[in-house]
Design a protein around this ligand. Structure first.
Ligand code: SF4
Length: 207
């Protein structure tokens, strides 16, 4: 009987990939439900969220950060500017380049957009602490690998940051060190989007 599943089941890796695709579908559906009452598209919400963590970037960085085509990014920015949620200004050190900043109204909507995935939180909270920690580690590892392969946009993660010093401390709860704030921290404190992140020249650290 034991051999039945060995012979007939899809490999675990592929089942995890299918499970992630199902979650992705649910997240997209939920994003539409949240965005539409605000007169936005999910992409426009993502632009606002990106600019809230990376203010002052240009159109090319928006397209790159969201893995969307430049014309799509341009359309989203044009609509958001028309709604008064962001504005463009000349880059201080390059008058020909334009940078994007949220208006106060844009900041408020961006905060709401950041909470769109919160519908997942109760389900995640129902997992045990060890399960959540293992899940977080797995997700960070997966994102890191996909980033290195150029298959998803780059996040400002601790594990690719020049200030990250992995496993520098004996304390098993806080083995890592952030050289920027000179403080130890644990796996569950690893950040996915840190405003102080600076890309390490050799970002081969991993969670
Ligand atoms: S600066 Fe931010 S991203 Fe870099 S190690 Fe410290 S907390 Fe992590």
């Amino acid at each position: 009987m034991n051999d039945y599943f060995d012979q007939h089941n899809t490999p675990l890796d592929r089942r995890i990939a299918v499970a992630l695709a199902k979650l992705s579908t649910a997240i997209k559906q939920h994003a539409w439900q949240e965005a539409m009452p605000q007169g936005l598209t999910p992409t426009q919400g993502q632009v606002l969220t990106l600019l809230s963590t990376r203010p002052g970037i240009g159109l090319a960085q928006v397209a790159e950060g969201l893995a969307i085509r430049p014309p799509t990014a341009s359309d989203a920015v044009r609509v958001l500017e028309g709604k008064g949620l962001l504005n463009k200004s000349k880059k201080p050190d390059d008058g020909r380049a334009l940078v994007l900043h949220l208006t106060p109204e844009g900041v408020a909507i961006a905060e709401q957009a950041q909470s769109w995935p919160d519908f997942l939180v109760p389900a995640i909270s129902s997992l045990s602490e060890p399960q959540r920690e293992a899940f977080w580690q797995g997700l960070l590892g997966l994102i890191t690998t996909l980033q290195r392969r150029g298959e998803i946009p780059t996040s400002s993660m601790c594990v690719t940051c020049r200030f990250f010093r992995p496993n520098r401390h004996q304390d098993a709860r806080r083995p890592h060190h952030c050289a920027l704030v000179d403080a130890p921290f644990g796996d569950t404190d690893l950040r996915l989007e840190c405003p102080e992140h600076e890309l390490a020249l050799d970002s081969k650290n991993g969670p």
